[in-house]
Design a binder for this molecule. Structure first.
Ligand code: UD1
Length: 364
C-alpha cells in the first residue's frame, strides 16, 4: 500500500473543487496525496487552463481516457483506474461531484475495498434522465464517508438509510475557491475586454444534453437569447458539446449576442461578478451566483441544489420561453429577489474536508 490517498479529478467542475483541498493538504502536510486525472476533459481550455490559474500541481497520474460515449468512457476509466489501484493501492480515494469520472473511480475503489470519500454528497435532482443523477446515486451508495455541501444532501442520505456517522455537512468547497480567487478575478476586467459594460450585460452558459443535444430545442433557445440580447447584450462562452451542435445548425448570432470560446476560471468568475444576470444550466454557476448575489435564471426543469433557490439567487425557469422572459424582465425592472447567506459556504470547507481525511487515515 502507498502512504497516499488519491484525489480523483476528470472534468472541468472537478478541478475547481480539487484546488482548495490541494492547497490545504499541501500547507498541513499531514495527509499525503496524489492527484489522479482521468482525462475526461483534455482540451487546454477545459483542463490545463484550470490547473494553471488555480495553481494545482501537475497530476501524478493521467489515465487519458478522452471523449467517447459515456458508458464506454465510464468503462474505460474503471479499467484504467482499477489497474492503478492494483499496482499502487492508496489508503483512500476521494471523488468530487457527479461526473462520469466520479462514478467510475468510486466503483473501482469500492470493489477493491478501498475507502471512498465523496465530496458534494447527497445532492438529488430526482431526475434519472440526467447522467449526473445516476452518478450521484451510485457514488453515494458506495462511499464510506459522505461530505455534504448543503443541508438537503444530509436529509437525502438519511432518507436513503445511510448511517449518520458516515455523513458530515462540511459546506461548499467551490466557494473556498471563489473566496480565494475573487480579487484576482476582478483584475481581469473580462467584460471590458469582451466589449460589454460591467453591470450591463447578461452571461449565458449552456451545455446540458437536455438543452443542447436536440437541434430543435437548441435553436429555439438560441433564437430566444438572441432576441433578449437586443435588450441587454449577452456574453456566451460556448462549451465544446454545444459548439458541435451549433456548427451542425450553421448558427450565426446577431451582434449583441457575443459568442466566445470557453473561458478559464478567473474570466468566468469575473464575468459572473459583473453581470446584471446570469442564465445557465450549470450546477456550479448556480452556486457561485448565489454566493455573489447575482440573479441566476436556471435553465433546467429542476435542481439538485435547492438551497440556491431557497436562500440563494436562483430561479428555476426550465427552457420555457414565458418563464425565461418573465424572470428576465423582473431583473431588468429591479424586482428580482435578493439572496441570503448559505450556512457553511464560508471559504473554510477544505479545512473541514481535510480534518475528515486526517481522521479517516489515522484510524487505519
Ligand atoms: C461533463 C459532465 C457534466 C459537467 C460538464 C462540465 C458527465 C456525465 N458530465 O459534461 O456534469 O457539468 O462536464 O463541462 O460527466 N469535449 C471536448 N473537449 C474536452 C472535453 C469534451 O471537445 O476537453 C467534447 C467532446 O466532444 C465530448 C463532449 O464535449 O463528446 C462532451 O464531453 P463529456 O465530458 O462527455 O461531457 P460534458 O458535456 O463536458
Amino acid at each position: 500500500m502507498t502512504e497516499s490517498i488519491y484525489l480523483v479529478t476528470g472534468a472541468r467542475p472537478n478541478f475547481i473543487k480539487l484546488a482548495p483541498l490541494v492547497w490545504t493538504l499541501n500547507s498541513r502536510r499531514d495527509v499525503p496525496f496524489q492527484i489522479v486525472h482521468t482525462g475526461q476533459h483534455y482540451d487546454h481550455a477545459m483542463s490545463q487552463a484550470f490547473f494553471d490559474v488555480l495553481n494545482i500541481p501537475e497530476p501524478n497520474i493521467n489515465l487519458e481516457v478522452g471523449s467517447v460515449e459515456q458508458n464506454i468512457q465510464t468503462a474505460r476509466i474503471l479499467e484504467r483506474f482499477d489497474k492503478l489501484l492494483v499496482e499502487k493501492p492508496p489508503r483512500a480515494v476521494v471523488v468530487f461531484g457527479d461526473v462520469n469520472s466520479t462514478l467510475a473511480c468510486s466503483l473501482a475503489a469500492a470493489k477493491r475495498l478501498i475507502p471512498v470519500v465523496h465530496v458534494e454528497a447527497g445532492l438529488r435532482s430526482f431526475d434519472r434522465s440526467m447522467p449526473e443523477e445516476l452518478n450521484r446515486l451510485v457514488t453515494d451508495a458506495l462511499s464510506d464517508l459522505l461530505l455534504a455541501s448543503e443541508q438537503s444532501g444530509v436529509l437525502h442520505l438519511k432518507q436513503e438509510g445511510v448511517p449518520d456517522e458516515k455523513v458530515r455537512l462540511v459546506g461548499n468547497i467551490m466557494i473556498d475557491t471563489l473566496v480565494q480567487m475573487q480579487p484576482k478575478a476582478l483584475e481581469r476586467q473580462t467584460a471590458v475586454r469582451l466589449g460589454v459594460a460591467p453591470g450591463q450585460y447578461a452571461l449565458l452558459t449552456l451545455h446540458r444534453p437536455s438543452n443542447v443535444d436536440d437541434p430543435g430545442t437548441l435553436l429555439r433557445l438560441l433564437n430566444l437569447f438572441a432576441d433578449l440580447s437586443r435588450k441587454l447584450p449577452m456574453v456566451f462562452p460556448v462549451h465544446p458539446r454545444t459548439k458541435k451542435q451549433m456548427e451542425s445548425l450553421a448558427y450565426t448570432a446577431p451582434a449583441n449576442f457575443r459568442l466566445v470560446e470557453p473561458v478559464d476560471y478567473l474570466d468566468s468568475l469575473c464575468l459572473q461578478q459583473q453581470a446584471k444576470l446570469v442564465l445557465t444550466d450549470s450546477g456550479g454557476i448556480q452556486e457561485e451566483t448565489s454566493y455573489l448575489g447575482i440573479p441566476c435564471l436556471t435553465l433546467r426543469p429542476n435542481t439538485e441544489r435547492p438551497v440556491t433557490v431557497e436562500l440563494g439567487t436562483s430561479t428555476i425557469v426550465g427552457n420555457d420561453e414565458k418563464r425565461i422572459r418573465e424572470a428576465f424582465e423582473q431583473v431588468l425592472a429591479g424586482r428580482y429577489k435578493q439572496g441570503k447567506p448559505i450556512p457553511l459556504w464560508d471559504g473554510h470547507t477544505a479545512e473541514r474536508v481535510a480534518d475528515s481525511l486526517r481522521e479517516l487515515t489515522q484510524g487505519d
